[in-house]
Design a protein around this ligand. Structure first.
Ligand code: SF4
Ligand code: SF4
Length: 69
């Protein structure tokens, strides 16, 4: 069981993490960054995150930290 923390100050809204998560747990949010692009949010209502850290490794801006609960 895992979870992630996304640093909105680092996120550049490239959405690579969205397509990388095997469980589809990262989605566009309604919050925007300084350029007006939509940030991403972790949406894990059913506790599906496996803590694989693929999202964190894929993020070019090191905006994601994966942790185990
Ligand atoms: S750690 Fe793995 S399962 Fe959890 S949000 Fe990231 S890519 Fe998805
Ligand atoms: S991969 Fe990183 S920079 Fe790109 S949308 Fe995800 S958190 Fe933001």
């Amino acid at each position: 069981m895992g979870k992630i923390v996304i640093d909105a100050n680092r996120c550049k809204s490239c959405y690579l993490c969205v397509s990388t998560c095997p469980k589809g747990l990262i989605k566009k949010s309604d919050k925007t960054n300084r350029l007006g692009d939509y940030l991403v949010e972790f949406d894990d209502k059913n506790n599906e995150c496996i803590g694989c850290a693929m999202c964190a490794k894929r993020c070019p801006d090191m905006a994601i930290t994966a942790v185990y609960k």
